[in-house]
Design a protein around this ligand. Structure first.
Ligand code: SF4
Ligand code: SF4
Length: 74
């Protein structure tokens, strides 16, 4: 029987994001990008653009200085 591909959900608490882009740079599958919109603090926040591509590597959560990102297993 073929193994089912695991699904992950990335959540960005956008109003806590200071738009440093570290997560965007470190996410190899390019799940994240910097939004053209700004958050409550006036920063272009990180947003999820390709949820299905997430491998659940958790690197984004490790590089974010402000604990803005959470990754869930669906
Ligand atoms: S868990 Fe890995 S693949 Fe998923 S968004 Fe974060 S860095 Fe990208
Ligand atoms: S690393 Fe954190 S603070 Fe920086 S852009 Fe990503 S979510 Fe925002």
């Amino acid at each position: 029987m073929a193994k089912e591909k695991k699904k992950y959900q990335v959540v960005v608490k956008k109003d806590l994001c200071k738009g440093c882009c570290l997560c965007v740079e470190f996410c190899k599958p390019q799940v994240l990008q910097t939004s053209e919109n700004i958050n409550q603090m006036g920063y272009n926040y990180a947003e999820v653009v390709d949820q299905k591509a997430c491998t659940g590597c958790m690197i984004c959560t490790l590089v974010c200085p402000d604990l803005v990102l959470e990754v869930y297993y669906e």
